[in-house]
Ligand binder design. Structure first.
Ligand SMILES: Cc1cc2nc3c(=O)[nH]c(=O)nc-3n(C[C@H](O)[C@H](O)[C@H](O)COP(=O)(O)OP(=O)(O)OC[C@H]3O[C@@H](n4cnc5c(N)ncnc54)[C@H](O)[C@@H]3O)c2cc1C
Length: 308
């Protein structure tokens, strides 16, 4: 693997570490500033564990005002900042910088509002992806983008990475499901983007923020749309003599106008590895498997299953 080239550390920042820690403690009193190596170890990498690096210091703010003050302080003193949600990123997005403040959003973990009339949820960025669905499941709703890390990853991280999952084929990625954001800019300014509706007027700032990997600001509030759970969902498991045949089937299903809730393909090696591990009972005499999930009203799903 080629080595990731990190920017050279700012020597002035490194030399001022003790003062920076004192200043950050003034903004975030109590135990919100973590500076001992043994305690910072938990933050040294994200899901891309091939790369590790200790941050200058870790700060875990609790309020938007604290986030604003931290960013303004870092901006005024030319200190780098890396926001962090749950740290499951597979692209090194939350990898600390040696001369950077690691800004953990884990304490922003509350659902602020469930608005069934407008079919949306307002949440703090540290709420897990699955936490949003859990908050509305009793009324038959859910949040559609479903990264396989959804039990752990935060909605703030989802915004920054424009995350998606199996069901994004039909229901879209994060960018198709986010309605509004509160963002703190590096200057400390707090801005509101969008609201509780789709397609706000003006420039597509929501689109700009979604997928920006924490480089444009820190998300402190998220409004996402929720959907009614489909009446039914059923999956087909289809075996093929080759991966090419399975791929052609995907193309045929899509070109026939069928939008499956999800489609996933496994080649021979994936089938055998998964079956060895969980004994799922997959057929072992095929070279490829396609799992096609169809959802919607019962009658529609019956027809679509026959067509597929
Ligand atoms: C087992 C596993 C399975 C996965 N499956 C999928 C999958 O199916 N689909 C998928 O898309 N991804 C998947 N991922 C990747 C990862 O879970 C997603 O990218 C997720 O959105 C990251 O969220 P996080 O809270 O962990 O963010 P982090 O890893 O903490 O951060 C990710 C990026 O977001 C930024 N960030 C975090 N919070 C904020 C904030 N509040 N404001 C501004 N920037 C912020 C960080 O700076 C960083 O650049 C998987 C990861 C693992 C480990």
């Amino acid at each position: 693997m080629s080595q990731l080239k990190l920017p050279a550390a700012n020597k002035v920042t490194l030399a001022n570490r003790e003062k920076i820690i004192v200043d950050l403690k003034a903004i975030c009193p109590g135990e919100a500033v973590i500076s001992h190596n043994s305690e910072m170890r938990a933050f040294e990498s994200d899901g891309l564990t091939a790369y590790r690096q200790m941050p200058l210091v870790v700060v875990l703010p609790e309020t938007v005002d604290q986030v604003s003050q931290i960013l303004k302080y870092c901006h005024d003193n030319e200190i780098r900042v890396v926001p962090r949600g749950a740290g499951t990123s597979l692209s090194g997005g939350a990898l600390p910088l040696q001369d950077g403040v690691l800004l953990g959003l884990g304490k922003f973990n509350k659902i602020l509002e469930v608005d069934y009339d407008n079919r949306c949820v307002v949440a703090e960025p540290g709420v897990t992806n699955l936490g949003i669905s859990h908050a509305v499941e009793s009324e038959g709703f859910y949040y559609a983008p479903d990264p396989s890390s959804q039990i752990a990853c935060s909605i703030g991280g989802n915004i920054a990475e424009n995350s998606g999952g199996v069901h994004s084929l039909k229901y879209g990625l994060t960018t198709n499901n986010v309605l509004g954001l509160e963002v703190v800019l590096i200057t400390g300014e707090v801005v509101q983007i969008g609201g509780k509706h789709m397609e706000a007027e003006g420039y597509d700032l929501l689109g700009l923020m979604t997928g920006s990997e924490g480089l444009l600001g820190v998300v402190t509030k998220v409004t996402v749309r929720i959907l009614r759970k489909p009446e039914t969902a059923r999956a087909l498991l289809i075996g093929f003599p080759s991966s090419e045949d399975a791929g052609q089937c995907v193309a045929d299903v899509i070109s026939d106008g069928i939008i499956a809730a999800g489609m996933e393909m496994m080649d021979k090696y994936a089938i055998h590895a998964a079956d060895d591990f969980v004994q799922a009972g997959y057929p072992r005499d095929v070279d490829a498997l396609l799992i096609v999930e169809l959802d919607g009203p019962e009658v529609e799903v019956d027809i679509l299953i026959d067509k597929v």
